[in-house]
Design a protein around this ligand. Structure first.
Ligand code: SER
Length: 590
């Protein structure tokens, strides 16, 4: 079975179980400052898991693009990826454990669907702790389906608890499904699912979300009991094709081959294979982030910084493999080819991606020269390279640590990694403190401040279009409790007069105390009625439209205030040109 068939089969199966199929949301979360990327299919659904009605009903399924950076250092082994696709089905206060587990089992083992041998299947359930009891119910359901006790493993919270996606929000115990990998022996008598030896491969996770984590760390019960499942597409297809790593399927094989060809090597050592995997994973992930309609380019902040790190690490790894400069573009084209028919935005943003990739390689090669000069200078002056020096080379010149380590080794110097790590931790502490404000707010945060700023964002967008024209299109929005941030297309910064006009329009709409109304309708009808909708691929066909009096009308999931009068006074505090044709505005309500 190929990956495209698996995508289709999964959605077909859940459609037959009365699920509405929704499109993949963007990789860049809307209005959620608690995380940089969409890390799971449930992430864009947080408001609905919290109880807001979803326009498509209580049963949903999709294939979601995801980025996870938490395991980025594990990439290079057989199973970790930065970009991956997740097949998921959800119950929003509808079915519960019985149906969820039975359907997972049916889809995995029925000959009509994936046809895995049930003997290959092992599962884990939550063992329980002081706060939440052992999930006996899931274990019982698995047993009824024929999974014997010895293949049901009870694991603690660190293994069998999922969420929240950010710092607060829906979460709960989960039951995970593992395939016993053929040809990989158990590493010992205690080997079990979750063991890092690779004998068991996790492919699917059913989460039973009935808790809501609060900002003080405590858990309350959600209004409704939800199911959130996630099946790793790359992992499952590898198991179906009886491959022992995710890099051996058609989602990676051509890229892996190309890298080998560029390195002009017939055989690769274990270390070279690790680098080959890193290059494949990192370029794919960087391309998919840049190909999103938010048009993230390599930079030193937030998502752009991740793109930069991914690309630089790829360049360095390619250098080590002896690949000639200028290779990034060729691999990027292959990634685009793999995904352009599945995610329309990939083709739409092709030129942008290629331009960014070429620029970044040129830029890095320029600083690389400076970094190498600095390296030689420090070495000449001090006779050694300390952990602190390595950290400076890393932060100031973007030189990856591994590269500094290799260079030092050539001079017989071993870098004090502890010292580097200490510097790094120290720096992290500083940046954590600096970004502390970031961790308030978010989709899961329906606080009054967030809701008000969200409504103000709609008024702002309409006002910008009235003052500057239809050229204005939303590119991104991010709200914390303190301010709103709105990125939009426009060729230049606003003049002081234009800023004043925009503020006046918004404040006038606030003073008129317009009623805010939510309606559900087909996307087509919403567009006909003049509603703004800039992320069409993320909506599905029935959408929620918010209108504010006769002033603004926009497709949006909410939440919003009921009357604009409560917003207070709107003020633009900052504007910045953040890219070619993109302006960023920060504004507050006083
Ligand atoms: N949120 C869960 C996961 O990521 C299930 O979708 O595994």
């Amino acid at each position: 079975m190929r990956a495209d068939e698996l995508r289709q089969l999964y959605l077909k199966f859940f459609k037959e179980k009365n699920h509405a199929i929704i499109p993949s949301a963007s990789l860049i979360p809307e209005n959620d400052p608690t995380v940089l990327f969409t890390t799971a299919g449930m992430h864009p659904l947080v408001p609905f898991l919290l109880g807001q009605p979803h326009p498509k009903g209580k049963r949903l399924a999709n294939c979601q693009k995801c980025i996870r950076t938490t395991d980025i250092d594990e990439v290079g082994d057989t199973g970790h990826l930065t970009f991956f696709e997740m097949l998921g089905n959800w119950s929003l206060g509808d079915y519960w454990k019985e149906e969820a587990i039975k359907w997972s089992f049916e889809f995995l083992t029925s000959k009509k669907w994936l046809g895995f041998d049930p003997e290959q299947l092992s599962v884990t359930v939550f063992a329980g702790d002081d706060e939440v009891p052992c999930d006996e119910e899931s274990a019982r359901i698995w047993k009824e389906l024929g999974i014997p006790e010895e293949r049901i493993f009870y694991l603690p919270r660190e293994d069998n608890w999922w969420g929240p996606a950010g710092t607060t929000g829906p979460c709960g115990p989960c039951t995970e499904m593992f395939i016993r990998v053929e040809g990989v022996p158990l590493c010992g008598p205690d080997c079990k699912p979750g063991c890092s030896c690779g004998a068991y491969f996790e492919i699917w996770n059913d989460v039973f979300m009935e808790y809501n984590k609060q900002s003080d760390g405590s858990y309350t019960k959600l209004k409704q009991r939800n199911v959130d499942t996630g099946m790793g597409l790359e992992r499952t297809i590898a198991m179906l094709q009886k491959k022992s790593t995710i890099y051996d399927t058609e989602l990676f094989q051509p890229i892996m081959e190309k890298i080998k060809e560029l390195a002009r090597k017939d055989e690769l050592t274990t270390e070279q294979v690790r680098l080959q995997r890193i290059i494949a994973d990192h370029i794919k992930s960087a391309v998919m982030i840049m190909a999103d309609d938010h048009r993230i380019s390599p930079s030193n902040i937030e998502q752009g910084y991740i793109v930069r790190r991914l690309l630089r690490k790829s360049i360095h790894s390619a250098d080590v493999l002896g690949i000639q400069p200028g290779f990034l573009k060729e691999i990027a084209e292959m990634v685009i080819g793999l995904y352009k028919d599945i995610y329309d935005e990939v083709e739409r943003n092709r030129d942008f991606v290629i331009r960014c990739i070429e620029d970044e390689e040129a830029k890095f090669r320029k600083t690389l020269g400076k970094a190498l000069k600095r390296f030689e200078k420090i070495l000449k002056q001090n006779g050694t390279i300390t952990g602190k020096d390595a950290f400076l080379l890393f932060t100031s010149f973007g030189l990856p640590l591994e590269m500094t380590r290799d260079l030092a080794e050539e001079h017989g110097i071993e870098i004090n990694m502890d010292e580097f790590r200490k510097e790094f931790e120290h720096h992290r502490e500083i940046s954590r403190t600096a970004t502390h404000g970031k961790f308030k707010g978010g989709l899961a945060d329906h606080s009054e401040e967030i809701t008000k700023l969200h409504s103000a964002t709609h008024l702002l967008q309409e006002a910008l279009r009235r003052v500057l024209g239809d050229e204005v299109r939303q590119m991104g929005s991010n709200i914390t409790r303190e301010r709103l941030r709105f990125d939009f297309t426009f060729s230049r910064k606003l003049t002081p007069e234009e800023i004043k006009q925009v503020e006046d329009l918004v404040n006038n709409a606030i003073q008129r105390d317009l009623a805010v109304k939510q309606e559900f309708m087909p996307l087509e009808k919403a567009l006909e009625s003049g509603a703004l909708a800039f992320f069409k691929e993320t909506y599905g066909d029935t959408v929620s439209v918010y209108s504010m009096g006769d002033f603004s009308r926009e497709v949006c999931g909410g939440p919003h205030v009921e009357h604009t009068g409560v917003l207070g006074k709107f003020k633009i505090v900052k504007q910045k040109k953040i890219g070619a044709g993109i302006i960023r505005i920060k504004a507050i309500l006083e």
